[in-house]
Design a protein around this ligand. Structure first.
Ligand code: CTP
Length: 394
């Protein structure tokens, strides 16, 4: 049964970002109910939220109810989670002070569900000790906060108070819902990020991979109940909590870490962009520049996935194919050549897909040659679709 998430929208310039949160949640088959405060309606019309959530937006305590039920109580009971996004100083202050004078504050007061605030406000307001005191008080009472980001705010000031990225908010919500738990008892091994091939003590050859795709897959597997091991090359991404994280640098180190975990893994997702070549000679001393050109001689390094394909027993093996041309043809070749069960192919030259982006547009090809083309979507959602497909095919 799909989960009920109540999104409470209070009035601030970040209201439009709450539309994005609602739209993303809908893709996970979540039933979204929106409550808007009066001032939120000054920024965006309820109709926008209604269209995206496909539910009536609740905006007034004394509205004629559709059926006999007291709305703030029925919604408070129905909610699996209540998320206030954006949360202004006003709504935080009201809840901390025990005030319940509109639909949102009364629903927060009446619910037994977890309540999460995603604050967004001017830096001086956010750092004001009154607001900070209210936040501390609410945290002490079990309310949760998704910390705002730092940056240039709508008013031109720079500092804390920018609404957290909508991806971060959606991830937090998905993790909090902990559904579905269909990977309980499974061990999922994920690789992510680039590898480095060292040239000398200061230089290396690497690629543009950031690790975002693999980290999103690891978080998705964890939230579905799997035991997760993430083997990652150098990345600025934060390792998801609650998993085994192994940091590596080179192809060799990744191979070693992966082989140690492979036998006991059920599903292996190799989203890392592994370097295929390394310098033939590693110079222990920094290479000095000469007067002419420098020619580097490279030698082939391990194909980790191919090794796994050759040694696979019960494991479901998923590869990634980063292509700039002939995407399907090249991906099919890798699927067969590396003895994979699935390959996730993407064109790295497309906008909003591939390296460094939060979204990806992929085609998942199955062992039998059939494929599914997915729309452009968050990397987390790609992970969600991938595991759905793996589990459906079992
Ligand atoms: N891979 C690997 N070891 C390598 C190269 C790739 O394990 N040395 C894995 C990647 O993690 C990915 C898949 O193989 O899951 C395909 O990687 P990709 O870089 O697209 O392809 P390559 O096999 O390296 O082929 P090419 O670079 O010629 O496209």
């Amino acid at each position: 049964m799909s989960k009920n998430v109540v999104i409470g929208v209070s009035g601030g310039i970040a209201v439009y970002k709450a539309l994005d949160v609602v739209s993303k949640l809908k893709k996970y088959d979540i039933n979204v109910h929106v409550i808007m405060t009066k001032s939120a309606q000054e920024f965006v019309t309820p109709l926008s939220f209604q269209s995206l959530s496909q539910n009536m937006v609740i905006k007034d305590m004394f509205e004629e109810p559709k059926a006999f039920e007291i709305q703030h109580i029925s919604l408070a009971k129905k909610a699996d989670l209540l998320v206030v996004v954006p949360a202004t100083a006003n709504i935080i202050g009201k809840v901390a002070g025990g005030i319940a004078d509109d639909m949102l504050s009364t629903t927060i007061m009446a619910t037994r569900a977890r309540v999460i605030f995603a604050p967004a406000m001017n830096t001086n307001m956010y750092t004001n000790p009154i607001v900070q005191d209210n936040i501390s008080k609410l945290k002490g009472l079990g309310y949760e906060f998704i910390n705002p980001a730092s940056g240039r705010l709508a008013c031109g000031d720079v500092g804390d108070g920018k609404l957290a990225d909508t991806e971060v908010i959606v991830d937090y919500i998905l993790s909090s819902l902990h559904e579905p738990k269909d990977l309980i008892g499974k061990k999922v091994l994920v690789t992510a990020g680039p590898t480095r091939a060292n040239l000398d003590p200061v230089r290396f050859i690497s690629n543009k991979s950031t690790g975002k795709m693999g980290y999103a897959i690891a978080a998705e597997a964890r939230d579905r109940g799997a035991e997760v091991v993430l083997v990652s090359g150098p990345s600025n991404e934060k390792a998801p909590a609650g998993i085994k994280f192994i940091s590596v640098e080179t192809n060799e180190e990744m191979l070693k870490a992966v082989l140690e975990e492979f036998d006991t893994s059920d599903i292996v997702v190799k989203s890392a962009a592994v370097a295929d070549y390394k310098p033939k000679v590693y110079s222990k001393e920094k290479i000095k520049k000469g007067s002419g050109d420098l020619v580097l001689e490279l030698t082939r390094d391990n194909d980790i996935l191919k090794t796994l394909g050759e040694n696979k027993k019960h494991q479901i093996l998923v590869g990634f194919a980063a292509e700039s041309n002939d995407v399907l043809k090249n991906a099919h070749k890798k699927l067969e050549g590396k003895n994979l069960d699935y390959i996730v192919a993407n064109n790295i030259t497309e906008k909003d897909a591939g390296f460094g982006t939060d979204t990806n547009r992929v085609i998942i090809i199955k062992r039998d040659g059939t494929s599914v083309s997915l729309d452009n979507m968050s990397k987390r959602l790609v992970g969600y679709e991938l595991f759905n497909m793996i589990l459906e095919n079992k």
